[in-house]
Design a binder for this molecule. Structure first.
Ligand SMILES: Nc1ccn([C@@H]2O[C@H](COP(=O)(O)OP(=O)(O)OP(=O)(O)O)[C@@H](O)[C@H]2O)c(=O)n1
Ligand SMILES: C[C@](O)(CO)[C@H](O)COP(=O)(O)O
Length: 376
């Protein structure tokens, strides 16, 4: 069984307003699309992101990553077809099709749909309709509608890959969703329980609702880190992964990257998992001269294992020299690469201590860092 998820994200979000398409707007600290994509990453073998040809920045951003990209079509169904086509050489057996505009989808819905595909060629989440249903014009009720047997359809909708490819190829167009396409082709679609929180952001007010849902079981943790290394002989220092020529070096058991150590300790701190010295004892000769990225990678992996995502880190270096400003961007890029973050999630800045204290006398460099981790 080889599984894939197609996330259709090529719409313009006109009903949601706001100028920017809704999938690129912020929700609980990150973009709608980032939430949606992350829900599927660990649940399927491949994720296809269907992007509008107009979303240049998104194409650029995602082209280096692990996602398969496909170009959107003139309507949702055309975008789905392009997503299916992008998987043609991947030997996919089961595919989930999901709206990017449903970022609150739970892992259990995804797993339930996949489980149902073991015994059915199609499965999708539905919610029984519990409100009374009316017909109406803009002002008055014109009739009532029996709700018996009615469901509100959600995504992800799951299918055996070849079956849904054939169903889309044969469909005349105009379907509300992929379940309709599948049913026209004669597929039986199993209903799995939907979730009231699995809303589709459609109108402006849906953002506030989605924000409430996202935040209700969000665990946000802060950690701080502090480190100092003294100057000694040498012709360079390594700060936040960047080698900077200098008339002195920093002393330490490892490469003495005081900035990266503070960031690493901030992550351990947020996790309440001790500090670098506990995980990599200075008494252990194997860490002598070690590149500090080993420590940072370990902290990031630990965060992942414990279910946390790093939202941002902020690092301040305290020294008179070397001057940090010219290197700050390279430091941000280096650390964001190691942590698997975007550079805008990583801040590196510096201050002097006005020639006061040990940093002011250039006896060493100090560093402070804060990390914000989120579990949702
Ligand atoms: N040509 C299109 C149209 C829609 N979609 C996607 O289909 C899903 C459901 O569509 P909808 O909620 O209607 O999104 P939009 O089309 O973006 O919204 P609107 O109709 O308000 O413009 C969304 O994830 C949207 O990005 C798509 O990939 N390609
Ligand atoms: C696919 C869907 O989300 C199922 O409820 C829905 O049909 C999409 O509708 P839209 O009109 O494209 O928003």
């Amino acid at each position: 069984m080889t599984t894939a998820a197609i996330i259709v994200a090529a719409g313009r979000g006109l009903r949601a307003g706001g100028g920017t398409p809704k999938q690129w707007r912020a929700l609980a600290g990150r973009r709608v699309a980032d939430w949606t994509i992350d829900r599927f990453r660990d649940q399927v073998d491949h994720v296809v992101l269907v992007l509008s040809p107009d979303d240049d920045a998104a194409w650029q951003e995602f082209s280096d990553g692990d996602l398969i990209l496909a170009s959107g079509g003139s309507d949702r169904a055309a975008s789905v077809r392009n997503g299916l086509e992008a998987l043609v050489d991947r030997a996919i057996t089961q595919v989930l099709i999901h709206d990017v505009a449903r970022p609150c989808v739970s892992i259990s819905i995804i797993q339930n749909v996949l489980a149902a595909l073991e015994t059915h060629s199609a499965a999708a989440p539905g919610l029984t309709v519990t409100d009374a249903l009316w017909t109406g014009d803009d002002t008055v009720v014109t009739g009532t509608q029996d709700r018996t047997g009615l469901y509100a359809a959600q995504t992800p909708q799951g299918f055996h890959y070849e079956a849904i490819v054939a169903a889309h190829a044969a469909h005349a167009g105009g379907a509300a969703d992929d379940v309709e396409v599948a049913r026209v082709a004669g597929l039986e679609v199993a209903i799995v329980p939907g979730d009231l929180d699995n809303i589709k952001i459609t109108c402006p007010e849906d953002f506030a609702r989605a924000e409430r849902i996202m935040r209700q079981d969000m665990d946000v943790r802060l950690g701080n880190g502090y480190d100092v290394h003294r100057f000694g002989d040498g012709d360079h220092v390594i700060l936040c992964g960047v080698k900077i020529p200098h008339d002195r070096g920093l002393q330490g058991h490892s490469d003495a990257d005081v900035g990266m150590h503070a960031v690493t300790d901030a992550i351990y701190g947020a996790l309440a998992q001790g500090d670098i010295g506990q995980h990599f004892p200075p008494s252990d000769p194997q860490w002598k001269g070690a590149a500090s990225e080993i420590f940072l990678r370990h902290a990031v992996e630990l965060a992942e294992q414990m279910g946390y995502r790093i939202s941002n880190v902020d690092c301040t270096l305290v020294c008179e020299y070397p001057k940090i400003g010219p290197h700050a961007q390279a430091m941000r890029e280096e650390m964001s690469n190691i942590m698997g973050l975007r550079p805008d999630q990583v801040s590196v800045k510096a201050t002097t201590s006005e020639r006061l204290g040990f940093t002011g006398r250039s006896e060493g460099i100090a560093s402070l860092a804060t990390a914000c981790l989120v579990k949702s």
